[in-house]
Design a protein around this ligand. Structure first.
Ligand SMILES: Cc1cc2nc3c(=O)[nH]c(=O)nc-3n(C[C@H](O)[C@H](O)[C@H](O)COP(=O)(O)OP(=O)(O)OC[C@H]3O[C@@H](n4cnc5c(N)ncnc54)[C@H](O)[C@@H]3O)c2cc1C
Length: 502
């Protein structure tokens, strides 16, 4: 099939639709596309039945998962006996990053914002001790020490709505003004971590964001579309799916209505925080190690870990376990605790990094929010507004937030990688009003099946550590009743260490 024909065929197709079939393989592209996926984990679990049991080791604490939560737990165990196992080739989880010929780029979480003074002391204390933030008295807020990674305020974001550029995703007008008036009344009360939010606001966790707003405003379909975009972009679900607490938190967790809030985005995105936390340890962090099963034994746990590179099983006897991996896998790893998290809903995400030879107009905008016929497409981040690592190269990072029911179809990404890149290129071409194909050098696609827990009604303020079965096994991670945010992930790791007996 010729490329032109393919483009015509697919111009109306959304990503979920494209993923349904493998019939799109024929389209050829001039650039290479590489896929990163953990979709083969199931196959590995099956194959590992035949791996030799290599050796038994002991450790005081075993941490499952090398994302932000696992590493923040590890940061508390400096000088102690622990092992952290991460199944991927690299640390980071949904805050991972990659390098191509010296160009560094984020493959998931890409930023954080300055922290108000009333945010939780423990996380701020850790970030300060890692030399990441400092208190700024004149602002009464914490900001980032590596100020070269703060994105210029007026170039932070713009919205591209079906070909028309405007400042914000929410349409301009009195409805938006009234909406912001309501949201601003919550400013100062939507703290992080969310577990510190005053009980006076806990009722917001019982209703959906849209039902909460419908009682107060006459919402237009266009306005709801904008709200849905924002909620999908940060929480993985629409305004009807997430709780009012999550929705209000999004708009009121920082002094957006009275101040300029610093936005921090290093080239490697939130991988920056991972690097800082990992640097605390010389040893104890193991990548390509997949935790296969956890069984309570005597006073501790017998943990079987697949050493992926060596194709062997390591049996580890641990006194304590901190489980910071995604909780859906407990079904296989620790079945007696799966029911605690059974109700979790996860949005899958696809992230595409286009490495381009930069001839595009500048300066660009950092975040380019795009409203198109495909609600799963979230637009792209343009590295032009970040500190670049190689002159003449630019990275355009496009994001898709998929509905949970698309997860099964992610197995078709590898077969459709060229098509997915082509489809995304169409959006970029629309934005730049020219065909940028000849500038594209390489495309990376990161596939994340259980990427974002959707904070529906009842999900937040519900830490399962309080009702866990095994005293010495605690849970960390944003999918333990947290918003999918860096601050929450860090706090969950610190809490998991505190929760343990002894
Ligand atoms: C596309 C995307 C963009 C985002 N952008 C932002 C952002 O800009 N700012 C922000 O604050 N937040 C953002 N987030 C939210 C982000 O998820 C959190 O900030 C945080 O990184 C979550 O960390 P975590 O440790 O809880 O989970 P994860 O990052 O999911 O880490 C879990 C880790 O456990 C590993 N693991 C799982 N099972 C096993 C096992 N059996 N054995 C060994 N290892 C295992 C996984 O491989 C993974 O590395 C984004 C999320 C997504 C998906």
């Amino acid at each position: 099939m010729k490329r032109r024909k393919f483009i015509q065929l697919s111009s109306l197709a959304t990503l979920p639709l494209l993923l349904k079939s493998c019939d799109w393989i024929g389209a050829g592209s001039d650039f290479e596309v590489t896929v990163f996926t953990d979709i083969h984990t199931g196959h590995l679990l099956f194959e590992s039945q035949h791996y030799p049991l290599e050796k038994t080791e002991t450790t005081e604490t075993l941490i499952v998962g090398g994302g932000i939560a696992g590493l923040s737990a590890a940061s508390q165990l400096k000088g102690k006996d622990f092992m952290l196992c991460e199944l991927s080739d690299d640390l980071g989880g949904t805050s991972s990053w990659h390098e191509y010929n010296g160009v560094t780029f984020a493959q998931g979480a890409h930023y954080d914002l300055a922290y108000p003074a009333n945010y939780g002391d423990e996380v701020l204390g850790l970030l300060e001790s890692l030399d990441i933030v400092e208190y700024q008295k004149w602002k009464d807020a914490w900001s980032f020490k590596d100020s070269q990674y703060i994105v210029t305020h007026r170039r932070k974001s713009q919205c591209f709505d079906h070909g028309v550029l405007r400042e914000e995703v929410l349409p301009n007008g009195t409805l938006r003004e009234d909406f912001y008036k309501i949201m601003s009344t919550y400013e100062g009360f939507m703290t992080m971590p969310t577990r510190l939010i005053d009980s006076a606001y806990h009722d917001l966790n019982r209703v959906s964001f849209i039902d909460f707003l419908k009682g107060k405003l006459n919402l237009s379909p266009e306005f709801i579309r904008g709200l849905d975009y924002h909620m999908l972009d940060d929480w993985g679900g629409t305004a009807s799916q997430v709780s009012a607490l999550a929705g209000v938190h999004y708009f009121a967790c920082r002094p957006y209505y009275s101040q300029v809030v610093d936005l921090f985005s290093p080239p490697q995105g939130n991988g920056y925080f991972i690097e800082k936390m990992a640097a605390v340890h010389k040893e104890g962090l193991f990548t390509k190690h997949l935790v296969k099963s956890i069984v309570e034994k005597d006073d501790g746990f017998e943990v079987d870990v697949i050493d992926i590179e060596r194709k062997a099983i390591k049996r580890i006897n641990a006194d304590k376990v901190i489980y910071a991996g995604q909780k859906h896998a407990l079904k296989y790893i620790l079945p007696d605790q799966y029911s605690l998290f059974e109700a979790n809903q996860y949005a899958p995400w696809l992230v595409l990094n286009f490495i381009i030879n930069d001839e595009l107009p500048r300066p660009g905008y950092w975040q380019n929010e795009m409203l198109t016929e495909d609600q799963t497409f979230m637009g792209f981040v343009d590295s032009d507004m970040q500190q670049t690592t190689v002159a003449g190269k630019r990275v355009l990072t496009a994001y898709y937030c998929l509905p949970p029911e698309s997860r099964e179809d992610l197995r078709n990404v590898e077969a459709n990688k060229q098509v997915i890149a082509e489809k995304t290129l169409e959006y970029l071409n629309q934005y730049f009003k020219r065909d940028i194909r000849s500038l594209v050098e390489h495309v990376y696609i990161k596939v994340m099946g259980h990427a974002m827990p959707i904070p529906g009604p009842g999900y937040l303020l519900n830490d399962k550590n309080a009702i866990r079965k095994h005293k010495n096994l605690t849970f960390a991670g944003v999918d333990n009743g947290r918003l999918p945010l860096l601050f929450e992930a860090v706090d969950s790791g610190l809490e998991a260490v505190k929760f343990r007996k002894g």
